[in-house]
Ligand binder design. Structure first.
Ligand SMILES: Nc1ncnc2c1ncn2[C@@H]1O[C@H](COP(=O)(O)OP(=O)(O)OP(=O)(O)O)[C@@H](O)[C@H]1O
Ligand SMILES: [Mg+2]
Length: 124
């Protein structure tokens, strides 16, 4: 199992979420992050004074998948997150040692299987 962590622009997320869902990856987490890349800062002017903004808002997308699925997920993220402009973000792939579904106690790759659509009760 691998965990894919992607720092992306907010605008890219909806298209990524939609395509991952279509490809059978409904489970993911996101969080608002602030970070800096190699530009170190962007200088802006506010009421006559100059200030350098070091931290830019990004979304962090986290998704744990079977190792065989890493490439398709990475390609999906790249497809929608790359504009070619500075600050498109970054993707990291990490090993995952254990996964446990709390409700059932299931372990391992079984935890990563998507539900068949008919089994999902509304509001779950
Ligand atoms: N090495 C890193 N470790 C942790 N987070 C990182 C790292 N590199 C980038 N990030 C995160 O990714 C965000 C976007 O990075 P960014 O796209 O600016 O990377 P970059 O290396 O400067 O590339 P670019 O030249 O395309 O801007 C950062 O704001 C930060 O949140
Ligand atoms: Mg940058």
């Amino acid at each position: 199992m691998k965990k894919i962590e992607a720092y992306i622009r907010h605008e890219a997320f909806e298209a990524i979420r939609k395509e991952l869902l279509e490809r059978g990856f409904p489970s993911l987490s996101i969080a608002e992050y602030k970070g800096s890349g190699r530009q170190k800062g962007i200088t802006e002017h506010y009421r006559g004074s100059e200030l350098t903004i070091h931290l830019r808002p990004k979304l962090k997308l986290e998704i744990v998948v079977e190792s065989k699925d890493v490439d398709v997920v990475v390609e999906t993220i790249l497809k929608h997150a790359r504009t070619g402009r500075i600050g498109d973000g970054k993707i990291f792939v990490l090993p995952v040692e254990r996964a446990i579904r709390i409700r059932t106690g299931e372990e391992g790759e079984a935890v990563l299987q998507a539900h068949p659509a008919e089994e999902i009760p509304a509001g779950a």
